[in-house]
Design a binder for this molecule. Structure first.
Ligand code: PLP
Length: 383
């Protein structure tokens, strides 16, 4: 038995993407910058993907820069904006619960002399808009607040943050890596200037992403070389991966009404049954609006890491937070920013579901979690 509930780390390739990837690897092998028909065919594959990705987020294809993943998109957004900011605007505002791709990039700029404000969040995992409003000034170049948090799934008030940023003449970026394909995302409704996404979070391959850049906004590229992506991202494009990302974007868009609702029903079943079965459980971020696939639960008296390992022995794949920080044994900066006491941070486990998750799988996971938690608690009380 193997049950995969770690979609927020990486989702399995969807069938449409797998088919498109294979076809592109075999047939669209040309360099998209070449003039001949093989090059033109590769370029057409990029254009097709660009259309589909733009459609997923309500943008214009000409505004989409294809990248090597979510981290690269975030870097391009933050560093590219900073490099274009006038000298009078050397201030960045990010939320304290951003993914490392934004947070460490902003901190690197701070070491280079930028001033940086990290805005706190509430105990529900929501970025504190009042603190953000107090932080943004006429000196702010960029505000970056993610759309859905990778650990808790909590959906952030991005449109409100964008209004504040724009009122002070700053640009607004949102990391929508955990939102795109899982909920309706519309760049115009959010009124952002920059939006990052990553294909492997919605059924596309790893190592492919996009940065949507509002028309008219000019960023400095951080890779230099050829003129690919209209000078904003040098380097021969990963045509097959991008074509597959486009297929995944189309698939996600086509199922955007029904699939997230079905996934949310299963997530709610997981949470409510576990809460009814076991004492000492807390759903972190449970009081806020969340993407429907994510459950972050603290199990009192249990080490999250131990539970993840025990469940793996049962064939159930979950995680203790973000894939990038798990393995480092660093406690989650997101749960800490929410002000959770250390024992709740240490005992947190993230379950992230996807469109292929079934009711039978969830029921098996509930049984496995209940058994393992009781056993770990027994061992601890004896220990
Ligand atoms: N931003 C968020 C919110 C994420 O969850 C992740 C990946 O976990 C990233 C950025 C980085 O994306 P990628 O893995 O494509 O580099």
């Amino acid at each position: 038995m193997a049950i995969y509930l770690d979609y927020n780390a990486s989702a399995p390739l969807c069938d449409a993407a797998a088919d498109r990837l294979t076809r592109a690897l075999r047939e669209e092998f040309g360099n998209a910058s070449s003039i001949h028909r093989f090059g033109q065919r590769a370029k057409a594959a990029l254009d097709e993907a660009r259309d589909r990705i733009a459609h997923l987020i309500g943008g214009d294809p000409a505004e989409v820069v294809l990248t090597g993943g979510g981290t690269e998109s975030d870097n391009l957004a933050v560093r590219g904006s900073a490099a274009r900011a006038p000298d009078a605007r050397r201030h960045l505002v990010v939320s304290a619960i951003e993914h490392e791709a934004v947070l460490t990039t902003a901190r690197a700029l701070a070491r280079d002399g930028w001033s940086l404000t990290e805005v706190p969040c509430s105990s529900d995992g929501l970025v504190d808009v009042e603190s953000l409003a107090a932080a943004v000034t006429e000196k702010t170049a960029l505000v970056s607040v993610m759309l859905a948090n990778n650990e808790t799934g909590v959906v952030q008030p991005v449109a409100e943050c964008a209004r504040i940023a724009h009122a002070h003449g700053a640009w607004m970026h949102t990391d929508a890596v955990q939102a795109a394909g899982k909920m309706s995302v519309d760049v115009r409704a959010l009124d952002v200037d920059l939006l990052s996404l990553s294909a492997h979070k919605f059924g596309g391959p790893q190592g492919v992403g996009a940065l949507w850049i509002r028309k008219g906004l000019s960023l400095r590229a951080h890779t230099t070389g050829g003129r690919q992506e209209r000078g904003r991202r040098a380097g021969t494009e990963n045509v097959a991966g991008i074509a597959a990302a486009g297929a995944a974007a189309r698939d996600a868009r086509a199922h955007l009404e029904a699939a997230p609702r079905a996934v949310a029903t299963l997530r709610d079943r997981l949470e409510s049954t576990l809460l009814a079965t076991l004492p000492g459980l807390h759903v972190n971020g449970g009081a806020a609006a969340r993407v429907g696939n994510t459950a972050n639960i603290s199990f009192e008296g249990v080490e999250g890491e131990s539970l993840v390992i025990a469940l793996d022995l049962d064939g159930v794949a979950v995680s203790t937070g973000s894939a990038c920080s798990s393995g480092t044994l660093e406690p989650s900066h997101v749960l800490r920013a929410m002000g959770l006491p250390p024992h709740r941070v240490q005992s947190a486990v993230r379950f992230s579901l996807g469109p292929a998750t079934t009711t039978a799988e969830i029921d098996t996971v509930i049984d496995a979690v209940a058994r393992r938690v009781e056993k770990l608690r027994r061992l601890r009380s004896r220990g």
